[in-house]
Design a protein around this ligand. Sequence first.
Ligand code: NOJ
Length: 562
Amino acid sequence: MVQPDSTVLTDGRPSSPDATWWRQAVVYQIYPRSFADVDGDGLGDLAGITSRVPYLRDLGVQAVWLSPFYPSALADGGYDVDDYRDVDPRLGSLDDFDAMVAALHDAGIKVVVDIVPNHSSDRHSWFREALVSPPGSPERDRYIFRDGQGPDGSVPPSDWESLFGGPAWERVADGQWYLHMFAREQPDLNWDNADVRADFLRTLRFWSDRGVDGFRVDVAHGLAKDLTPPLAGTLLPDEPLAGGNHPLWDRDEVHDIYREWRSVFDEYDPPRTAVAEAWVHDLRRARYASPEGLGQAFNFDLLEAAWDAGAFRAVIAHNLAHAEQSGASSTWVLSNHDVVRHATRYGLPEVDGLPTKEVARRWLLTDGTEPAVDVDRGLRRARAATLLMLALPGSAYLYQGEELGLAEVPDLPAAAREDPIYFRTGGAERGRDGCRVPLPWQARAEGGESFGFGPGPAHLPQPAWFDRYAVDAELADPASTLRLYRQALALRRQLQGAESLEWLESGNPDVLAFARPGGWQCWTNFGPRPVTVPADLRAGLVLGSGVVDDDQLPPETTVWIA
Ligand code: NOJ
């Protein structure tokens, strides 16, 4: 397997040794508006992140990835960006950003920011200019405007649906329509337009010059589009078509954009890194992760895998092989701001024939009442899955709160909800607010305060049971999930070797085991009963996701043996 300790830049120059920091990094995703609120307006802020740098340092992460903190009306939690080169005044200023980066860097933590190139917000100056400019004008050409169908143009140009529900076209005052694959407040940009291309290069340099180490690229497979008429009648399959011919997703030309971006990343030493959020698979994913492209791509397969040793093994083997082909390291994700938290997913009963995300979706529709969640089992499995993930070669992306074992909040009051998915489907889908409820930092909430999130109530209300997961409570408990994550990350740094693993035959279909270079091993029992394994659990145990008190591996438990 590949394990370069330095890389060559696209122009042939060797880069600094620090250039490969991302290959096996643990990256902690911060959803800034829900992390820590210093000024008390109910929204987390950059000063809040700065104030918690010691927490991140003690947790032991190598990098943070910040979901958008740019000016935004929050039509989609900040993924509707008004200005790509500024900070939402409610979250702070560019000076606060610089102070945050300096504090993180002083603590040895890299900074990755989210770039949202598929769409801007409808409040972006370009979109406002487009609205007051005539059809066919250069201002409109930065977006995707089309005439409607029918004698008066009142029928949308195609019957495409937005991924958030409802039509993907919105009509403007003069009768034209614009495309928005997400919320109506998120008009899609036209990547055939030279201004759009040039402006994003400027944005990449703007943040790189401010010390940002890398970028997470939102909807990376969506930028290149082919809207050659006629659009009407063009069917949109759910999944991108293989072969790069889908009008909207994963078109081959998208890689021309990332080659240009790569040359900007390589202007810096160490080169800036990037990770693609691209909902594509296998070889098509490897193209986003290539060294001439973004360099790394998310793989969400572990997040979607059933709780099953065979399923996990297949996902791991498959992704390691594909990472090797692209030259990138693999990425691993169990939770993020778009999915039901894994401590809850694993506590839901398995339903034959239904993917776990569908089970979770249906559960959300009952406000979390049906079926009942087995909270203990969910947490037990989540801890085991996390320890397994952290033993893998490649980079692990953690989502804020998972280190507390935090569960999903399924029953937010309608009036508190924020996710456009909820609104665009008239409540028929509950959306993603339940994993975005602000973090509980302290178990005791005083007066109208939140659980240590800030001096006032949080923008998404924290339920009373959040006290159980509070940081201060978990720090005081040696068996807590937070203490487990801290131990695991510290050990991972010591044990980490080359990017490879060797499968160990466990002799039991419920048990998955592998060894890493240096000889340390990871064993997971997915089954419901303790099992005897051919490893010395007594002498070799360095860490367990649960209590190991004899020579058997307990149910739903991972151990590291060195
Ligand atoms: C993916 C992001 O993760 C999600 O939160 C957002 O809603 C969509 N992209 C649209 O930007």
